[in-house]
Design a protein around this ligand. Sequence first.
Ligand SMILES: C[S@@+](CC[C@H](N)C(=O)[O-])C[C@H]1O[C@@H](n2cnc3c(N)ncnc32)[C@H](O)[C@@H]1O
Length: 219
Amino acid sequence: MSNRTLILTDTLYDYVLGHSLREHPAQAALRAATRGHERASMQISPEQGQFMALLVKLMGARNAIEVGVFTGYSALSVALALPPEGRLVACDISDEYTSVARPFWQQAGVADKIDLRLAPAQDTLQSLLNDGEAGLYDFAFIDADKVGYDGYYEACLQLLRPGGLIVLDNTLRDGRVAMRAEDPDTAALQALNIKLREDLRVDLSMLPISDGVTLARKR
Ligand SMILES: C[S@@+](CC[C@H](N)C(=O)[O-])C[C@H]1O[C@@H](n2cnc3c(N)ncnc32)[C@H](O)[C@@H]1O
């Protein structure tokens, strides 16, 4: 027995998926459609999607933000968990990546909940703030360019209501955050992790699941 997180062998990972994963057929189909993509590793894992969906349901979230859509798996997971009147503002800059998503969002019956904005995410978040939407959102998922994370975090913190949750992906960056930073992305996450540790505006948990998932609840 150990009180540290288990090392996840392939056998144990298969067990976890085999004993907990519940995907909508559109989610499974979207994963299959992305599998051959040269950037397929950018997609979140299915168990992370299911975990985020559970968080969305636990919170009773209605209004959500996503920064970094790619082919749409995390957006699909969150949108499926939102109530029928729920809305997800999904930010990305790539028409090529996000065009893969729409048929699967439609297959799952959630396309109308997803408001895809193709523009630099910081501009989209600022436009939401300019439109007077500060404090109106319940949930935000940040999974785009790492040097942009701090700006996305600050904007999302304004857009969230007290008690709202920001989920930040890749905060362990394949373990590289614990080593000397060799690239700007790792350095950006190291700086953000230090900032979050001291940020009394949020309650915090850094989870060593997937590539590191940090939960920050706005106080
Ligand atoms: C790691 S992928 C997102 C994966 C996605 N969450 C999923 O589950 O499949 C990162 C995405 O961020 C987008 N991106 C990169 N820079 C961006 C920016 N400045 N503004 C908005 N999106 C950006 C990329 O086009 C890419 O689709």
